[in-house]
Design a protein around this ligand. Sequence first.
Ligand SMILES: NC(=O)c1ccc[n+]([C@@H]2O[C@H](COP(=O)([O-])OP(=O)(O)OC[C@H]3O[C@@H](n4cnc5c(N)ncnc54)[C@H](O)[C@@H]3O)[C@@H](O)[C@H]2O)c1
Length: 109
Amino acid sequence: MKILVTGGAGFIGSHVVDAFLAAGHDVAVVDNLTTGDARWINPRARFHEVDLRSARLAQVFEAERPEVVTHLAAQASVARSYSWTSSRPRASRVRGFGTRTTEKSVHGW
Ligand SMILES: NC(=O)c1ccc[n+]([C@@H]2O[C@H](COP(=O)([O-])OP(=O)(O)OC[C@H]3O[C@@H](n4cnc5c(N)ncnc54)[C@H](O)[C@@H]3O)[C@@H](O)[C@H]2O)c1
């Protein structure tokens, strides 16, 4: 299957990408590398350095045409999520708007 993994350069996502590839799937990764690391991305996966909240996400879906999307891009730190100083609005945007743009891209092509 053609699978797109958001957050595929992160802790969980990079292992999920490895498992999908080991199972014989065709894998693409979308990640903006805020907390992820490009070195963790399996070289057999195609990498798109794109922020989920950007309009470029639609172009990635158009190019990849995935059958399955595994959405793991997130601001994963609980401490940051509960900080009202600066991180919470950003965390909410990634979780909310990032998830909405991902869903919109899934339905948009
Ligand atoms: N790590 C754990 O033990 C654990 C346990 C349960 C659930 N989870 C959940 O799994 C998910 C991933 O967690 P993780 O530990 O792998 O975190 P992580 O920070 O290692 O990975 C998140 C990835 O998302 C990317 N990312 C963040 N914002 C982005 C954006 N706007 N556009 C594109 N990419 C973006 C980051 O660069 C990073 O590679 C989170 O939802 C987390 O809550 C994690």
